[in-house]
Design a protein around this ligand. Structure first.
Ligand code: SF4
Length: 200
């Protein structure tokens, strides 16, 4: 079921927790072996790759696009459901620059990592969200490509529940490690919220 409104959220936290865990387990056991293997080696491969940081980031994004395809039957995520675009979205400077070029939005200068409390942007839409749809979908940052709600509704996407930290999250350990290494090894290192770069 897609695009479930807040009023339709299940009241049963424990039931939703078990359902989320079960759907993640189902996905992991059905995940194409090839995809799993490529996640295992991507960080190592990119360490030996002489291409630019931008090109390496593109390779990680491609892997995550395959994950996105594979994960669809197990998640509530779909076009028009944008609750996860109304909470903190941590991105790198490199990604912010790409968004600025594509969107032609002015980008604020952020020279140092910025940390916020988990609730800082709860309920505040990402500046790239237009009519509940991502306007920069093709170049959306890693954080947006790696967040899934393993459930049949958007139950876990409500900030109050999401912040409890009990929803089952997909850990693509290799892709995450590769992403962090690329960001931290570039001269544009550091993370901040997408709204720090684009304070609408
Ligand atoms: S960049 Fe797109 S997917 Fe990511 S939070 Fe913003 S609107 Fe949502």
């Amino acid at each position: 079921m897609k695009n479930t409104s807040l009023s339709e959220y299940s009241p049963d936290f424990e039931e939703a927790k078990a359902r989320s865990r079960s759907r993640l387990t189902e996905f992991l056991s059905s995940m194409p072996k090839d995809l799993d293997s490529r996640d295992d080696v991507i960080a190592q491969q990119l360490r030996c790759d002489n291409s630019s940081a931008k090109s390496k980031l593109g390779k990680i994004y491609s892997l995550m696009a395959e994950v996105s395809q594979a994960v669809q039957p197990y998640v509530a995520c779909g076009k028009g459901c944008s609750d996860c675009c109304k909470m903190n979205v941590s991105i790198s400077i490199m990604e912010a620059q790409r968004l600025a070029v594509v969107s032609r939005k002015p980008m604020a200068v952020v020279n140092h990592p910025v940390r916020h409390s988990a609730e800082k942007f709860s309920g505040i839409p990402c500046p790239f969200l237009v009519d509940d749809v991502c306007s920069v979908y093709e170049v959306r940052p890693y954080a947006c490509r790696s967040h899934y709600s393993f459930d049949i509704t958007a139950y876990w996407c409500h900030p109050e529940r999401s912040h409890k930290g009990e929803m089952s999250l997909l850990q693509m350990g290799g892709a995450r490690q590769a992403y962090e290494e690329i960001v931290l090894s570039s001269c544009l290192h550091g993370f901040a919220d997408i709204r720090d770069f684009f304070p609408d």
